[in-house]
Design a protein around this ligand. Structure first.
Ligand SMILES: *Cc1c(COP(=O)(O)O)cnc(C)c1O
Length: 351
């Protein structure tokens, strides 16, 4: 693989003011696709704007997919990447749904590792920080006909990030959305495609105006079953049982979700994947049996829910405080990621 180094390196940002996705490193990994050569021209090059013809497919028909994962660095200088194979496996499942040619998972993993080694000084070390990794594929053919593109760009960019939420781990307020729809079965909800986010913006914006942090989506057909939060999967602890909505086709199969289920089961908790109706959640809250609620996703890791509003009524969860299982999962996953805890499950790739 070709490596073209940047002539001038940027100044690193203050680790206490990183925010999310505001700063980008000195280099990026790119690779092109066309039918004659397949995926080719894989290289690491200086991070810089790329120009596109305005008739490029992705701008018109949103044929694009992405991933999100994190790398960490500990005091020993070790680079630690959390379950990266899972992300590239999922990327290929998204690619299949969006008529994008599959990537060689091993090749892009190696590209990512090379890039991380080159950018090691960009991986922040302060508690709660990480290097966020954003692999993407976009359709780059210049054509306005509605067809799958025949040309693509794969890229990986890196961004040092702080805590996802401005208020740290403070419990969030969710608005249960009973009008707008994020995804339908048979649609693209289980694929990490860029269009899913465009569709969700309106509801998110309206919820924010009313003072909520995120939207809790219900199923499109009946507006009855809980699906997921903005960019997170959802969990409830109801009467001691940890429940998460089953992956029915409209829900994104989160890697943090999967890690939580595996951790819970390995540690003697009852963790169930099944359909969960919003009525069941509200009933449990009224009967004092909704012990905890939290969201899971790479960016925030675990995000406790302190309150939910549904049809104009507020439902407080666990007195608005983070629950015990929520905290245990947060501490365990971030502990494994940073190396503070033993990686019993072989989830971390060390470079
Ligand atoms: C990425 C994403 C998640 C979380 O997935 P992780 O692999 O845990 O980061 C959940 N929901 C949606 C809609 C997503 O795009």
């Amino acid at each position: 693989m070709k490596i073209i180094k940047a002539e001038k390196l940027k100044e690193k940002p203050d680790q206490s003011k990183l925010g999310f996705g505001k700063y980008f490193t000195d280099h990026m990994f790119t690779m092109r696709y066309n039918p004659e050569q397949g995926w080719h021209d894989a290289k690491i090059e200086p991070y810089a704007p790329v120009s596109f013809d305005l008739a490029t497919t992705v701008f018109h028909y949103a044929q694009g997919i992405f991933e999100g994962l994190k790398a960490f660095r500990n005091e020993k200088g070790e680079i630690r990447v959390f379950r990266p194979e899972e992300n590239f496996k999922r990327m290929n499942r998204s690619a299949e749904r969006m008529c994008i040619p599959k990537i060689d998972e091993k090749q892009v993993l190696e590209g990512l590792f090379e890039l991380l080694k080159l950018e090691r000084d960009w991986i922040p070390t302060a508690p709660g920080t990480a290097l966020y990794i954003r692999p993407s594929i976009i359709a780059t053919k210049i054509a306005l006909g509605v067809h799958a593109s025949t040309e693509y760009l794969f890229f990986i960019i890196l961004s040092p990030v702080g805590s996802y939420y401005a208020h740290g781990l403070a419990p969030t307020k969710l608005l249960v959305e009973d009008y707008y729809t994020r995804a339908t079965v048979g649609g693209t909800g289980e694929s990490k495609c860029i269009a899913n986010y465009a569709v969700s913006l309106k509801a998110g914006e309206e919820a924010e105006k009313k003072g909520f942090d995120q939207v809790l989506w219900l199923d499109a057909n009946e507006k009855k079953y809980v699906e997921e939060v903005g960019s997170m999967n959802m969990f409830f602890v109801i009467d001691g049982e940890v429940v998460t909505p089953a992956l029915v086709g409209s829900i994104l199969p989160g890697i943090t979700r999967k890690s939580c289920i595996e951790l819970l089961r390995a540690n003697g908790y009852k963790a169930t994947e099944r359909r969960v109706s919003i009525d069941e959640v509200i009933e449990a809250q009224k009967n004092g049996k909704l012990d905890e609620a939290f969201g899971t996703g790479t960016a925030a890791v675990i995000s406790p829910v302190g309150m939910m509003e549904y049809k104009g009524k507020d439902y407080v969860v666990n007195g608005g405080e983070m629950g015990k299982i929520t905290k245990w999962l947060y501490d365990t996953i971030t502990g494994i990621q940073s190396g503070r805890l033993e990686d019993k499950y072989g989830w971390v790739v060390k470079l």
